[in-house]
Ligand binder design. Structure first.
Ligand code: PEP
Ligand code: MG
Length: 319
């Protein structure tokens, strides 16, 4: 299977019934960007930029960041880059942004909540990204967005910076990883260009279970029907507002999860570079129509195990 997947990895992912879905790569550095292209990735669907910052003891300058992003954009040779703005805070501290200790870091000042408290960090990063892109396709997204007021604040900063650069192909979007944002998807969708569903955090926050908890992490399953409901709500909202919707959480790299995401109607999935060939091959064996029916049935089930059983049976019929 792996050999067959690799041999066909540069082909698009078109289902048995001619439905196309974009397959992109999740990356943290230049080497992974190169690997994504080699493995048939049609875009980078998630650049976790916090890894850029981790190389520096002090805040990297705009020029240093720009150079870093430029190398990645060059490696993509015209494929879109979806870069996520700095996602730290809580349990992932940054040396140059000291934060008071928090009782509940996952419910604390993390992601966009932290960078909005230090807008110069966000502004420098946005400037570096836009300067690096030139006329190449750049999509910038923001982590942990929870309400529209936050989005309006972010958008005002981004638009101000955009006016200074000739960034010809820019889209702005948000991660959907907080249940509140999923529930308000329709309203966000009329204001953003795209959504990227972060199923790791969306599951953690929907199920109220720490995704790294030694006793609970196995139960933090995006196939839980409650998480599926929120994904469906997000996709429906996105369609109303004409935003495109991708998924960059681990769910997309799991074959049962992939079948459900296809059926729920997402436009793009982003997985680690090594999972790209396999993901494309599985999609080519799937039927969009069958997966739509599968997703509909899954939504009516009561727990993640039942959904795994149902989706697992479908995956067996196609392999
Ligand atoms: C997610 O939450 O699903 C996600 C993709 O972001 P991260 O895993 O970096 O929190
Ligand atoms: Mg996340």
């Amino acid at each position: 299977l792996e050999a067959r997947a690799l041999a066909s990895c540069q082909q698009p992912a078109i289902t048995q019934d001619q439905h196309k879905i974009e397959v992109a790569g999740n990356i943290a550095n230049l080497a992974e960007a190169e690997k994504t292209v080699e493995m048939g990735g049609e875009a980078v669907g998630l650049l976790r930029t916090e890894f850029v910052f981790m190389h520096y003891a002090t805040e990297p300058s705009e020029a240093q960041q720009q150079q870093y992003y430029q190398q990645i954009i060059k490696a993509l040779a015209g494929r879109p880059l979806v870069a996520r703005c700095l996602d730290v805070g809580g349990d992932k501290p940054l040396p140059f942004l000291p934060q008071p200790k928090e009782e509940n870091p996952f419910l604390g000042v993390r992601g966009i909540r932290l960078t909005l408290q230090h807008p110069h960090v966000l502004e420098t990063q946005l400037s570096a990204l836009m300067a690096a892109a030139g006329d190449k396709p750049l999509r910038i997204m923001f982590p942990m967005v929870t309400d529209l007021a936050e989005w309006h604040e972010i958008k005002a900063i981004a638009k101000r910076i955009q006016a200074k650069y000739s960034c010809a192909d820019l889209q702005l979007g948000i991660m959907i990883e907080v249940p509140a944002a999923a529930l308000l998807a329709e309203r966000f969708a009329s204001e953003v260009d795209f959504f990227s569903i972060g199923t790791n955090d969306l599951s953690q926050y929907t199920l109220a279970m720490d995704r790294g908890h030694p006793k609970l992490s196995a139960r933090v399953d995006p196939l839980h029907p409650a998480v599926l409901q929120l994904i469906k709500h997000t996709v429906d909202g996105a369609k109303q507002g004409q935003a495109w919707v991708g998924v960059c959480g681990e769910m997309a790299a799991d074959t049962a999860g992939l079948a459900l995401l296809l059926g729920l109607g997402v436009d793009e999935v982003s997985v680690s570079s090594k999972a790209i060939p396999r993901t494309k091959l599985y999609l080519r064996h799937m039927s969009f129509k069958d997966c739509q029916q599968l997703a509909e049935r899954a939504l009516s089930l009561s727990d993640a195990d039942q959904v795994r059983g149902l989706a697992g049976d479908y995956v067996e019929t196609i392999t």
